[in-house]
Write a protein that binds this ligand. Structure first.
Ligand SMILES: Nc1ncnc2c1ncn2[C@@H]1O[C@H](COP(=O)(O)OP(=O)(O)OP(=O)(O)O)[C@@H](O)[C@H]1O
Length: 501
């Protein structure tokens, strides 16, 4: 009897091993070496000394620091999730800056040795994979992972739905950047620059100088681009000139013009009396209701920017901001926020002839990594995202929105004991300093999955848990798990009704 049972167990085990051997490929083994700062990768598989057996991927990853002209290991491990890794050997693919390089590859222990020459430092810095890698990845993925991709999309969508996304966002899958579709409609709004009186400089950006000025008897802001930044001027003007772009959450565009000698290009805007949100928060604390007003108008602005609107025969396509920071939000005298600076933005257009969304960014090709480093989401910092995927650009804006909400609430006296809010700090300023580097952000935000710290005592406040949940749902490391901007608007609305003080 006992012998019979033993045979039965052995037979079942045999069948199981046979089935599992046929159904699943052998697990990938990768060289393993981490530091306490990036030990997140320990969870990517079973570690056995210098080797890791991957749980979820066939890809090994290696990060190397260039020290004295030689690559030195920073991290070796299995990749955290299944991604494209068409190369059998570890070739330097992405150069984050002059010091940090990365490879991903698909054979056992392939990440232990990187193929790198000083010439490969000439690689153009980009957060997307090279064209060859992309082509190979597409072929492999199309052939072997079609079903898996479908299941992943369904799972991601399901997760998105369960996050109470009340808005029904447009389906923006992975589309390539293209020329403008024929369905584009823009209006021009030329202004004679001679009619503007420039009075004083109120802002100095990377690309333009912003003046306070007078136009037709009203106070205006004039953004002056030198001729060499014409491309950025054109990109920004194009966003402002989209149909239905007038909204309380977006700074009012009055027109644009060019100096007769052609050496500068001008964008004329409504003047925001309190300057940038960053400037405002450095100089003012707020009470709860005022901070909520800032947050609501801010999220309404980004929600409107992301929206796909049809009114009568007019269409406003969704726009991803892509450089959302407290310096690119203005504060009006009435305490409402208005978005500005669309020089890095991407317009998404739906072309009925092609039956799909296309993204359009005038300046995208030359400035793949545009945006303010500190506000870049982990997936863009790490380089695992395809920047041509329009939907992930919106999700990047939501990550930055969370950082802005955090900045605003950290200056709200009602959220601190004795009504004393700490001095204004930029996100990650207390942890990484005033001048962050890409390397330190990749480590802290991506590898360590850290975010700006939320004061412990907020848990005890009536609104504390909602604030905390809202922030964590917006800066989630998984872009698909983040809320939509409209959902943020709704959550803030419910905060107003439940926690008015
Ligand atoms: N309409 C406005 N009213 C008042 N101040 C403004 C206005 N527009 C811009 N500014 C000020 O000018 C600064 C720079 O503006 P903006 O971000 O548009 O320029 P930029 O050159 O594109 O900057 P960046 O370095 O972010 O790319 C803002 O942070 C703000 O202080």
């Amino acid at each position: 009897m006992i012998l019979q049972q033993w045979w039965l167990i052995l037979a079942v085990e045999c069948i199981f091993i046979c089935i599992s051997g046929q159904s699943f490929p052998q697990k990938r083994q990768c060289a393993f070496q981490v530091t306490p700062q990036n030990n997140k990768y320990t969870t990517a598989g079973i570690v056995n000394g210098p080797v890791q057996l991957c749980e979820n991927t066939q890809c090994c990853v290696g990060y190397f620091l260039i020290i004295d002209g030689q690559p030195e290991v920073d991290l070796l491990a299995c990749d955290m999730a299944e991604k494209s890794c068409p190369d059998a050997t570890c070739k330097a693919q992405t150069r984050y800056n002059s010091r940090l390089i990365k490879c991903v590859c698909n054979t056992d222990l392939c990440n232990s040795n990187i193929t790198w020459t000083p010439e490969s430092q000439e690689l153009r810095a980009t957060y997307s994979y090279s064209v060859e890698s992309m082509k190979a990845a597409v072929i492999i993925l199309t052939g072997t992972l079609l079903v898996l991709c479908f299941l992943l999309i369904v799972a991601a969508k399901w997760r998105t739905i369960t996050k109470e996304k009340k808005e029904n966002p447009p389906s923006l899958d992975d589309y390539s950047v293209s020329r403008l579709c024929s369905c584009q409609t823009t209006k021009t709004s030329e202004i004679d620059i001679a009619d503007i009186e420039l009075q004083q400089i109120v802002g100095l950006g990377h690309f333009a100088t912003v003046w306070q000025g007078k136009y037709q008897g009203s106070m205006v802001a004039v953004k002056v681009f030198p001729a060499r930044w014409k491309q950025i001027f054109t990109a920004e003007k194009e966003v402002y000139e989209l149909p239905l772009m007038k909204h309380a959450g977006i700074v009012n565009f009055l027109g644009s013009g060019r100096k007769p000698d052609g050496d500068s290009w001008h964008i004329v805007l409504q003047f925001a009396e309190c300057g940038s949100l960053h400037y405002y928060l450095c100089n003012h604390t707020t009470n709860w209701m005022f901070s909520l007003k800032l947050c609501q108008s801010l999220s309404q602005g980004i929600s409107y920017l992301h929206s796909d609107l049809h009114r009568h025969d007019v269409h406003k396509p969704p726009v991803a901001h892509r450089d959302f920071s407290s310096s690119n939000v203005l504060v009006r005298a009435d305490g409402t926020c208005a978005l500005c600076d669309f020089g890095c933005s991407t317009i998404l257009r739906f072309c009925s002839g092609q039956g799909r969304w296309q993204s359009h960014a005038t300046n995208m090709e030359g400035h793949a990594q545009l945006g303010t480093l500190r506000y870049m989401p982990p997936e863009i910092l790490e380089g695992s995202v395809n920047l041509r995927n329009s939907w992930c650009l919106m999700q990047g804006d939501i990550y930055a929105l969370a950082l802005l909400l955090w900045e605003i609430w950290m200056r709200c006296s009602d959220l601190f004991e004795g009504d004393i809010a700490p001095q204004h700090l930029l996100p990650y300023e207390s942890e990484l300093g005033a001048n962050v580097t890409l390397e330190s952000l990749v480590n802290y935000v991506f590898h360590m999955d850290k975010r700006p710290s939320i004061p412990k005592h907020w848990e005890l406040l009536p609104q504390g848990s909602v604030l905390q949940e809202l922030l964590t749902d917006c800066w989630d490391c998984d872009p698909d798990a983040r809320l939509t901007a409209q959902c943020v608007v709704d959550r803030l609305m419910s905060l107003q009704s439940c926690c008015s003080t």
